[in-house]
Design a protein around this ligand. Structure first.
Ligand SMILES: [Zn+2]
Length: 249
């Protein structure tokens, strides 16, 4: 693996993929030696996993570093996996990763072709588990149709709607672009929740369908200024937000 002995800085365009978990293990060992954090290297146990997106995780326990990488990284150039190794190792050893490693990793992750591939895989693997849109107190399909008529001239293409299986109080609503799905926390399907609060949440997620995530360089813009301006047209905007903040803070 001649590429893997190069430093992470500025060579992300090299196209040779890393390939096997054995090659990834060698990359982690090389980066570990370069970082010179602690004298004793852990035993690296590295596996590519069919995660739904570009996930990577490392845990360090009893002299073993257990690394799980999305199998998408097996298609990445070796130099990118070295950069990722540096970022993960720096995290567990509480060191700052070098700016070169961050740049190298981000330039690959933010590459439009890589993003597209990641989205494709997420669509295929990560089907969200949701309950039907007809809840006990609110029907999300009816709320969606009403909002679509009122605020989008009925133009917004249909989304798949559903309630989360569990009553999460931390994530109240989300839009999943890969599946065009709007998912609302079951905690809001309650007699004590006013209809405008559920409507506001669905409206917010509908705006995510209307104004997709934007990338400015490597920065994700989730709520653009245009998004925020349209959101404020919801008649109970302030009341709904205050209610959510108060009830779920
Ligand atoms: Zn949002």
């Amino acid at each position: 693996m001649p590429l893997a002995s190069q430093s992470a800085g500025g060579q992300c365009a090299l196209p040779l993929p890393l390939g096997t978990s054995e090659a990834a293990r060698e990359a982690f060992e090389r980066v570990f030696r370069r970082l010179r954090t602690v004298p004793q290297a852990p035993a690296f146990d590295i596996e590519f996993r069919p995660f739904a997106g570009l996930r990577s995780q490392i845990t360090l326990r009893d002299g073993r570093a257990c690394v799980r990488l999305s199998d998408l990284f097996s298609e990445a150039p070796a130099i990118v996996v070295e950069a990722l190794a540096e970022i993960l190792l720096a995290r567990v050893y509480r060191l700052p990763p070098s700016p070169e490693a961050r740049r190298c990793y981000l330039s690959w992750v933010c590459n439009p072709a890589v993003r597209e591939r990641s989205e494709e895989i997420r669509r295929a693997r990560g089907r969200p588990r949701v309950l039907p849109p007809q809840g006990k107190y609110f029907d999300l399909d009816a709320i969606f149709s009403g909002l679509n008529r009122r605020f989008f001239n009925g133009d917004l293409p249909t989304c798949r709607l559903g309630w989360t299986p569990r009553a999460s109080r931390t994530v109240l609503g989300r839009y999943d672009p890969a599946h065009r799905a709007i998912i609302v926390s079951k905690s809001l399907d309650a007699a004590s929740v006013p209809r405008y609060v559920v409507e506001y949440l669905v409206f917010h997620e509908m705006l995510h369908a209307r104004f997709p995530l934007e990338w400015r360089g490597c920065r994700r813009v989730i709520h653009s200024s245009e998004f925020r301006a349209v959101e404020k047209r919801f008649p109970h905007y302030h009341k709904a937000r205050a209610r959510l903040k108060h009830a779920f803070a």
